[in-house]
Design a protein around this ligand. Structure first.
Ligand code: ADP
Ligand code: MG
Length: 245
């Protein structure tokens, strides 16, 4: 179980996260919000790449700052911005990441084959990354995030810049990962997560404005016709979350 307890983060005078408290159990969580809402800041704090100004993150009741390498071994992270090595092949990039994660030479071929199959990238594994489409690059990032079968997987906008067909494919890849894990996926595109998320967390200007299952939110925002409609009401009109449908 992952917990954020009263987490805040400021960049100079800008409040990027405002006293956020959340609990994540197993399942797929969709972190939904427009650009600048604080999604990447939250994910960077969850993954231990950024320290909060206030509050803490706990994994199984232990502050992640005390867990060190133990935390890194249960965590898989695909950051929003990542320089992929264009001259590397997909397989070489994964071998490199596997070595950084401490996966042994003996386990490596099997693990690479497993993660490549998970994201349907076996055929492209020996091509240079520079020749990959945006969707293939994203799938490779997801493949490195799931190496070593982490219990906690954090994917920051895995569908950014992809065409609709590629988005569906990524969505299916993420759904296939579920089962006994905590998976957190950020996006500003409702359809990326509506069909796969067990729970939706809506963030705006660094604050959590609502959370729940899609079905639960539909009951709450009575009269709204789907999550897209709720999103439009909550964000586009700058409302306070009260449905005006
Ligand atoms: P999102 O991922 O939802 O687009 P971010 O977490 O990247 O949101 O950003 C939240 C807010 O913090 C934005 O207003 C952004 O401009 C600001 N911000 C993010 N990173 C920095 C930084 N390194 N320095 C200053 N401001 C930042
Ligand atoms: Mg972001």
């Amino acid at each position: 179980m992952l917990k954020l307890c009263d987490v805040s983060k400021k960049y100079k005078e800008k409040n990027a996260l405002n006293h956020v408290s959340l609990t994540f159990r197993t399942g797929i969580y969709g972190l939904l919000g427009p650009n600048g809402a604080g999604k990447s800041t939250m994910m960077n704090i969850i993954t231990g790449n950024l320290l909060p100004d206030n509050g803490y993150v706990a994994w199984k009741e232990k502050d992640i700052r005390t867990l060190g390498a133990d935390y890194r071994s249960i965590l898989g992270y695909a950051p929003q911005q990542q320089g992929l090595y264009d001259s590397f092949t997909g397989r070489r990039f994964l071998s490199y990441m596997a070595a950084l994660k401490g996966i042994s030479k003996k386990e490596m071929p099997g693990e690479l084959a497993r993660v490549l199959a998970c994201v349907n990238m076996e055929e492209a594994a020996d091509q240079a990354i520079g020749a990959y489409s945006g969707g293939m690059k994203q799938r490779l990032l997801i493949a490195q995030a799931i190496m070593g079968s982490p219990e906690l997987i954090v994917l920051d906008e895995p569908t950014a810049g992809l065409d609709p067909k590629e988005r569906v494919r990524i969505r299916e890849n993420i759904k296939a990962l579920a089962g006994g894990k905590t998976i957190l996926v950020s996006t500003h595109v409702v359809s990326d997560i509506e069909p796969i998320a067990d729970e939706i967390i809506m963030i705006r200007s660094g604050s959590i404005i609502d959370q729940g299952t899609v079905a639960g939110l539909m009951v709450k925002y009575e009269g709204c016709n789907g999550l897209e409609d709720i999103y439009m009401r909550v964000y586009e009109e700058g409302g306070d979350g009260t449905c005006t449908c």
